[in-house]
Design a protein around this ligand. Sequence first.
Ligand SMILES: Nc1ncnc2c1ncn2[C@@H]1O[C@H](COP(=O)(O)OP(=O)(O)OP(=O)(O)O)[C@@H](O)[C@H]1O
Ligand code: NI
Length: 310
Amino acid sequence: MPGGRHVEAVSDVRFDLAPGQCLALVGESGCGKSVLASALLGLLPGNAETAGSARLADGLDLLAADERTLARTVRGRRIGLVPQSPAAHLTPVRTIRAQLEETVRELAGVPKAALRAAAEAAAERAAFPADHLDHHPHQLSGGLAQRAATALALVGDAPLLLADEPTTGLDRDLVHRTVDELRAHTRDTGRALLLITHDLAAAERIADTVAVMYAGRIVELVPAKTFFGKPGPRHPYARGLLDALPERAFTPVPGAPPELGALPAGCAFAARCPLPPALAALAAPGGPPADRDCRTRLPLLTEGVACHHA
Ligand SMILES: Nc1ncnc2c1ncn2[C@@H]1O[C@H](COP(=O)(O)OP(=O)(O)OP(=O)(O)O)[C@@H](O)[C@H]1O
Ligand code: NI
């Protein structure tokens, strides 16, 4: 960062994603979801550092791969990306049809005579209306640009699809249609889907596993059935996210996440957590405060949850 400042945007993340499975990565704005996706695709800014490994099934370590490998064999081919800001990823001076035809030709090797039909089929898969194919990106609404980006991401039939907020700007029906399409694209064909989303309803619809991120760390990694059903998640932040849903308590998690450059010593969620006050009341007289660990020790993900008191 400018001024030599160093920020750990994502730390200690570890998960597996099997063929046919969907992992939903959820968490508030700024918690590191997109940075994680960018790291997997080698799309972080040049001054960013990564450590560790991220292996595809064929053994390729994405964090160790060089730019040439990533550009020629990974992006679009082994990993499809639905980017968070589709407008920024579409080429402004070319129509959606031209971009789809080019991508179909490059990634699917479709011959010239079949390009038009293949591009139209690709658009249809993402519910992109055929009568808008000859538009330029700036002529599209946010929702249509989103669908164009999704159509482009599906073309390469990559074994892993990374979808970063693929339903932003879509109305409820289209959210369902889009996530169902992404799901069908993966489950029915043995592909894997990493879905980054704020939309817990979308996650509930299609995820097998939910990873909850807070301040750059996964604080809970749990089967979706457990997360959305009984007994529900164990991390107080994960429970807070669910309670914020309109169909549940509709109570937002109070406060805001800490600055990544100024994380507290212990649990990053402690300042917003409903547990410490409750624990304080239970502390033995004269003994250490019951929330001492929360304030001094970083909770690591153990058996699916990173909380000293879950
Ligand atoms: N290029 C960058 N330089 C410095 N900091 C960055 C950069 N990109 C992201 N960050 C920081 O990394 C953190 C994580 O950002 P990220 O975009 O991954 O969040 P997110 O979870 O995807 O949020 P949203 O839901 O809003 O998309 C943020 O606090 C952001 O300030
Ligand atoms: Ni993001």
